[in-house]
Design a protein around this ligand. Sequence first.
Ligand code: HGY
Ligand code: MN
Ligand code: MN
Ligand code: MN
Length: 415
Amino acid sequence: MTDTPSNLQIQSDRLWGAILETAEIGGTPKGGVRRLTLSEEDRIVRDWFRKACEDAGCTVTVDALGNMFALRPGRDPSKAAIGLGSHLDTQPTGGKFDGILGTLAALEVLRTLNDAGIETDAPLCVANWTNEEGSRYAPAMMGSAAYAGDFTVENILARRDGEGITVGEALKTIGYDGPDAVGTQKFGAFVELHIEQGPLLEAEAKTIGVVEHGQGIIWYDGRITGFESHAGTTPMPLRRDALATFSEIVLAVERIARELGPNAVGTVGEVTIANPSRNVIPGEVSFTCEFRSSDSDTLKALGETFAAAVKDIGSHRPRVEIDLEIVWRKEPTHFDPKIISAVREATEALGYSNRPMVSGAGHDACNLNQIMPAAMIFVPCKDGVSHNELEDATQADCAAGANVLLHTVLALAGV
Ligand code: HGY
Ligand code: MN
Ligand code: MN
Ligand code: MN
């Protein structure tokens, strides 16, 4: 029987092979992956992705922020491309699936259509978005945020990492300082496949998450300035202890998120003590923290309550200075009903168990949804663990997600 679109399936072994092959790029001894954005490991996987897409008959372009676009021509070039893909960068101790599953599944969709000799009406475009993770450079989902118009190219190129290297310099070092302005590749819609990075699908034994919303996010950079002094000779009332002050802030983040929950989370993920020494009272601490909620009012309340709490901590620690800066804020995402229906219809037609979902993690599709119809497909990950080297998923679930992506894209692009 010839492969007609309705019963077309991706090649599971080929997708799984690509996942395992690319997991070696930046692979860590514990079985995770470290591919920080714009690092040498990121360059290697980008080169791998570019070659794979060109071998699949695509034209690959790179924009001014290193966002990569692999265009597969359609019957009607006047139609805006249907976008699919995700990101190739990872957290410092990331996993084999976060981001790259969506990019490799998109590549597998192209390969499957090539094998079946299927030409779509609208062109298809597989994207790799720069610095989705936001670990080396803030903000997260940086490349797609600039594409959506949230930041200028100049603003992003000038951002520095912890060693003072700018995004512009890092792009040049790996040869992905693309000539094209951001936004030159146009899309009519965007669909992203991603692991859930949470426990719900596995707990309910569901194969597919039909993602309808995404959490809003507020990111802060903080600095606490006290005074370094001798741990043995400085009486407690005279201390200007930056770390003790910080510890009150950590507990405030946790308390506020719990109190304003259940649709609220708060995290302090980074802290650096200047000149740390066991017998010196810390004089300067810098940190980052964030709040998230899928409800706009709750997100607003989190920000306001946190600001008041920090002010209160400062009032009873008058000899310490607390500086807090909001470096990124993104309202909750409500994905496009048409694209959500296309995902749900493809899922039902393929017979996969499924449930509607809210994404706790931020994703590039959340930014793209600001300027075009977008939605997401989730598949389970083991114990809901992600942003951890133990991150794991099954070949069957990855293939199911890729099949839903294939049929969603076929529905949107037309055959
Ligand atoms: O932070 C996030 O939610 C995403 O993983 N970058
Ligand atoms: Mn991701
Ligand atoms: Mn991530
Ligand atoms: Mn993402």
